[in-house]
Design a protein around this ligand. Structure first.
Ligand SMILES: [Zn+2]
Length: 153
């Protein structure tokens, strides 16, 4: 029997919360996760219809073609919506509260669920608002990195 990969973050310092991380091999999303090691936010574009595809997958969500190419985002976008989480029951997020979960419209044309980092959600002058410009801010986790975003001032 093959070893079952550990899906929790083993690189976090003891005081840091552990995060659920992807299992490998995973053919559809592995190129995305590999690029996160270089702090590259990648997405797919359909070779047949030029539709933008995100999250990564094996077929185009516009025309079902399986001919997709990888592109690297500039890492900039706009907050579409957000929510401040003040109570979490999941062990990965207990120590992060309050934290900001957001849908970000990335400039290349896809929407990503992410965290808004380095922001005090209780500060009315923090710039946290729908429509705010944001820039990717990597949350390094060793085996892969997670694309968070921060307010772009
Ligand atoms: Zn297509």
């Amino acid at each position: 029997m093959a070893d079952t990969p550990d899906v929790t973050d083993t690189t976090a310092a003891p005081e840091e919360p552990r995060r659920v991380l992807p299992r490998f091999p995973e053919p559809d999303t592995e190129p995305f996760w590999e690029a996160t090691k270089e702090h590259e936010l990648r997405f797919q574009v359909c070779d047949a219809c030029e539709g933008v595809v995100f999250y990564p997958r094996a077929h185009c969500t516009h025309c079902t073609s399986t001919e997709l190419s990888w592109r690297t985002s500039a890492g900039t976008g706009t907050i579409y919506s957000f929510s401040v989480v003040r109570r979490s029951l999941h062990p990965s997020f207990l120590d992060l509260v309050p934290y900001v979960v957001s849908w970000v419209d990335v400039d290349e044309g896809f929407r990503l669920m992410t965290h808004i980092v380095d922001v005090d959600p209780d500060d009315p002058h923090s710039g946290l608002e729908i429509g705010a410009r944001v820039i990717v801010s990597w949350i390094d986790r060793g085996t892969v990195n997670l694309p968070g975003f921060r307010i772009d001032r």
